[in-house]
Design a protein around this ligand. Structure first.
Ligand SMILES: [Zn+2]
Ligand SMILES: [Zn+2]
Length: 133
């Protein structure tokens, strides 16, 4: 298992140690969501996830699929923690920077690279897609 938390530490969780997929997403939503250059999605089975402490709040936005993305965050410090698609009960996307032992990004997939910030360099040999594959 891997553990993670928000910035203030009130929301803590554990999840599968190894992701099913690991994405770096350069889309506009992820830039806003992270208030930084890109989002890191550490995709795990939902049944590997367990809340250890705290009570996250949810904000929902429309997904490209037509459904809703439910976005969990800490009500005290505001850190975004994970996203789940209301229509997909099998997996969820933990925001990679919230993990105590963050994953290596050297083998992650880069998506929405056509929206990446100028100066962000995609490592040579990384799988990269201009939009969503
Ligand atoms: Zn917090
Ligand atoms: Zn994105």
């Amino acid at each position: 298992m891997r553990t993670g938390s928000c910035q203030c530490g009130s929301v803590r969780f554990e999840c599968a140690a190894r992701p099913l997929e690991l994405y770096i997403c350069h889309c506009t939503e992820c830039r806003r969501q992270s208030a930084s250059a890109f989002g890191i999605s550490f995709i795990v089975p939902r049944d590997s996830f367990r809340l250890l402490s705290g009570t996250p709040r949810y904000w929902a936005r429309d997904a490209d699929s037509g459904g809703k993305v439910e976005c969990a965050f800490c009500p005290d410090c505001g850190t975004r923690l994970w996203h789940q698609d209301a229509a997909d009960s099998r997996t969820m996307a933990i925001k990679g920077g919230s993990l105590d032992d963050p994953p290596s990004l050297s083998r992650s997939h880069h998506i929405w690279t056509k929206r990446k910030l100028e100066g962000v360099v995609i490592p040579e040999g990384a799988r990269a897609y201009p939009e969503e594959p």
